[in-house]
Design a protein around this ligand. Sequence first.
Ligand SMILES: Cc1cc2nc3c(=O)[nH]c(=O)nc-3n(C[C@H](O)[C@H](O)[C@H](O)COP(=O)(O)OP(=O)(O)OC[C@H]3O[C@@H](n4cnc5c(N)ncnc54)[C@H](O)[C@@H]3O)c2cc1C
Length: 389
Amino acid sequence: MAITHDLDQDDSIVSGMEFEEFDVIVVGAGAAGIGVGVSLLHAGVENFLIVERESVGASFSAWPDETRFITPSFPSNSIGMLDLNSIAIGISPAFSMKVEHPTGKEYATHLQDIVDFFELPILEKTNISSIEKIQDLFHLETTDTTLQARNVIWAAGEYQYPLLEAFEGSHLCRHTATIPSYKDLEGDSFLIIGGYESGIDAAYHLSSNGKNVKVFDLNSPWDEESSDPSITLSTYSFERIRNPKFEKNVDLCSQTAICSVELIDGIYKVNTEDGQVFESTSQPLFAGGFEGSHRFISHLFEEREDGFPLITENDESTIMPGLFLCGPSVRHDGHIFCFIFKYRQRFAIVAQAIASTLGYDTDEFVEAYRGWGMYLDDLSCCGQECLTC
Ligand SMILES: Cc1cc2nc3c(=O)[nH]c(=O)nc-3n(C[C@H](O)[C@H](O)[C@H](O)COP(=O)(O)OP(=O)(O)OC[C@H]3O[C@@H](n4cnc5c(N)ncnc54)[C@H](O)[C@@H]3O)c2cc1C
């Protein structure tokens, strides 16, 4: 049975657990936290805890109702190719859910199923407010207690930390990460700032509901020929752009840099750098990406030039041994691991690093994970087409 606790119901749970000092605490029970938890188990580490401020898969549960995975799931495990949306060997969301492009809520349920299957130790409804290392132990503060661990894996994600301050008046816009459902948005016409996946997703759902939409982007993601998904859109989004309602209702505005948004007498004015002004009575939507949770622990890492944490070849802090990073914020040189099928390849690197310091033999573990493409330790062989997003 999974150890899933609610501190509101029983605040003595932590002190009542078998171990008070953990070998590892994982912060966040999203795709990265659960995935690395399974890897820890497979590597032989049992004395760990996954701490989650809300519930398992909370970020996925918070996606707009209509939003679906852009990466397809397929039950390809039987031929030795792990389902693209799988976070663990032997798991296939396509097989278990019978859905190719799951919604966020479906995926959150899938993560909970994995927690139940592997009996992962989860402490829910517990926010980690600070991390400090005293001698060899990390002290993690929650509202009710201080948790202690020899290692910490930060897997707190990005979704709950949207980029809100991007240009003058950006606070007047509504970030797409705060929209529960597109069908409930009032208004007949919408201005969307940002034309990558989230912006196109918003435009698709609004246009399907008969709304007129303009999408502004600094570049032109819908025209790019590149195979690099950080520059161009996914196949799924290109298919949506060709939908008749999208073609009829959506105006894609390339090379249109928005410099400010104003609200004057109930009218939103969206101003471009080249002097154009677009008006709407509906609140403009901002699909501008995420600041990321790593900002909150930036003092525990050296910083790269792009602001992301500098990490060792084991995804460990260069200045705080024992602190690891998992998930879409992982960066190595020019390689970005923003999709599940990319960052899952680093779970076993972290698990192996921790397991070996604890004295476990990890040879079989590494061999098995490598065989499934889940142990990526040689980045030199990977160009942008397999690693960058
Ligand atoms: C609209 C959209 C569509 C996407 N589509 C795809 C796709 O098709 N394919 C794909 O591979 N990826 C996709 N992604 C990216 C994918 O969602 C992310 O890679 C994934 O959510 C990251 O997982 P994570 O575990 O790092 O973070 P999260 O899923 O955000 O999990 C982090 C968890 O940490 C918890 N937490 C945060 N701070 C604390 C704290 N201080 N204390 C305790 N707990 C904390 C949160 O509650 C949360 O549950 C999409 C993202 C978005 C926004």
